[in-house]
Write a protein that binds this ligand. Structure first.
Ligand code: HEM
Length: 463
């Protein structure tokens, strides 16, 4: 009868000893004092992120550690964060989710920046123009003249996959990692085992949808190419690129692999951009007083449009005020602490503090964004034209702006993302926006995380 209790106690003691043995003899960053055993700083982290971090920074300096969810995490402020971004031999970005266990067929897709360059950046101009056309259609369809209901398209399930894949893929990550209180990393180990053993795959239904539509597209294109011969108009997109790769064999198409490639592109690009765009729209609706100035700029830009209302790629460079607005929105919508990294070996910071291999590192980005010397006067206030004439656009990474990371691994899709958000152009020209409450609707805070507010927005068609 007592056996399970005895065995359980032995297991807990063993785990405790193992945990102690992991603590290395390094000159570690100061661990902020905590009141509650076992949960450590988890409660403050979840309930009072902003203020708690400010207090820790004030008392402990630029680098400090917190005991959160059963692990010691080190947070790096404005003086040392560049070391994390530039030393990719020591810090590896975002290892919390084992993405390769979800997209198992994606074995060849290892050099992600190169893939983005080959499939996306080499066609930035083409895709920016195409995005503009699609966004014009979508704005008309989903917002329209603010009077008619909208219809479903024949690709509705693909659209659902694009919009929900990331949320579904990261489902396990959103479970509070309480198992880490027993042993650091236990929750991630179990999550990753569930994924790699194939017990559960949150992306499976989306993969099936993509495979179904990919099959239709491949089949249609192969037939049309034969039927129309030289007069066939080659579609210029991701699918066509894949079909023209040397290794592509029309008689033996690996649909799973292609769908997984597409899934990975969706995961890195769609949710990030949509989230930032939602923040920008909410910030715009919250501050109708800036609408007129932005409207006038966009009216001027619109003069460059062709007879179908489509802007040339170069016109995006003339949206200076909108660019500054977007950058300000990015700046004040970033989480308090973000850009999770893991150390790939022991590392000594330039101030002599040391962190061991396999240690969790986060950037305390509020320390960068709320610093007057880095951001100018009133860094905490939203000033839409703060970045005008600074010669640093919304897609440019710099020492006071790390929305897209930095160093060799800075986000390779950042220009595409900013270009896409700049097609707020269309919204600004068509509508007046305001929040339903008539107040400024700031981001929704969950601990240190800032989510776009889900407050209502009123779109009013311009007369
Ligand atoms: C507003 C939208 C976006 C934000 C905020 C964002 C942010 C980031 C950040 C912070 C990183 C990590 C950088 C680092 O390690 O220093 C990153 C990496 C990456 N992003 Fe983005 N991103 C966005 C849109 C996109 C888009 C549209 C694409 C693709 C078309 C993309 C593709 C990637 C890839 C492939 C990486 C990995 C780079 C590497 O490992 O070297 N991102 N992104």
């Amino acid at each position: 009868m007592y056996q399970p209790i005895i065995l359980g106690s032995i297991l807990l003691v063993t785990l405790y000893i193992l945990k102690r043995m992991r603590s290395p003899k390094l000159n570690m960053p100061p661990l902020v004092r905590y009141k509650y055993p076992i949960i450590g700083h988890t409660y403050d982290f979840l309930t009072n992120g902003e203020e708690f971090f400010k207090q820790c920074r004030k008392e402990y300096g630029d680098i400090f550690s917190l005991y959160v969810w059963g692990e010691v995490r080190t947070f790096i402020g404005k003086e040392h964060f560049q070391e994390v971004l530039s030393r990719d031999d020591s810090f590896v970005f975002g290892k919390q989710v084992d993405i390769d266990s979800i997209f198992k067929h994606n074995i060849k897709f290892t050099n992600r920046p190169k893939v983005i360059k080959d499939y996306v950046l080499n066609k930035l101009k083409l895709y920016t123009e195409r995005m503009q056309e699609s966004l014009n259609v979508a704005t008309q369809k989903y917002i329209g003249d603010c009077d008619e209901p909208n219809e479903e398209s024949q690709y509705e399930e693909v659209i659902v996959t694009f919009s929900e894949l990331t949320i579904d893929t990261t489902k396990l990550l959103r479970i509070p990692p309480i198992l880490n209180f027993i042993y650091p990393g236990l929750q991630a180990f179990i999550n990753n085992s569930i994924l790699s053993l194939g017990i559960y795959n949150p992306a499976i239904n989306h993969q099936k949808v993509l495979i179904k539509h990919l099959k239709n597209q491949f089949c249609k294109r192969l037939q049309e190419k034969v039927k129309y011969g030289d007069s066939w108009k080659r579609p210029d997109d991701f699918i066509q690129n894949i079909m023209e790769e040397e290794s592509f064999d029309p008689n033996n198409i690996n649909y799973e692999e292609i769908a997984d490639k597409l899934c990975l592109l969706i995961v890195v690009s769609v949710h990030t951009t949509a989230n930032s765009c939602t923040h920008a729209i909410m910030n715009l609706a919250s501050r109708p007083e800036y609408m007129q100035e932005l409207y006038e700029e966009q009216l001027e830009v619109q003069k460059e449009a062709d007879e179908n209302g489509i802007l040339p790629f170069e016109a995006l460079n003339n949206m200076k005020k909108l660019d500054s607005f977007i950058k300000e929105s990015f700046r004040l919508s970033e989480h308090v602490a973000t850009l999770p990294h893991v150390t790939s070996k022991d590392y000594t910071f330039s101030n002599e503090l040391q962190v061991p291999k396999d240690h969790s590192i986060y950037l305390y980005v509020d320390d960068i964004y709320l610093d007057e010397s880095l951001q100018g006067p009133n860094p905490q206030s939203f000033e839409p034209f703060r970045h005008l004439n600074t010669n640093a656009s919304a897609s440019k990474v710099s020492k006071n702006y790390v929305v897209f990371g930095g160093g060799k691994h800075a986000c390779p899709g950042r220009q595409l993302a900013v270009n896409e958000i700049k097609f707020l152009h269309n919204i600004i020209l068509k509508y007046n926006l305001r929040t339903e409450s008539g107040k400024i609707e700031g981001p929704k805070m969950i601990g240190t995380i800032k989510l776009p507010s889900n407050a209502g927005i009123i779109f009013e068609k311009r007369k």
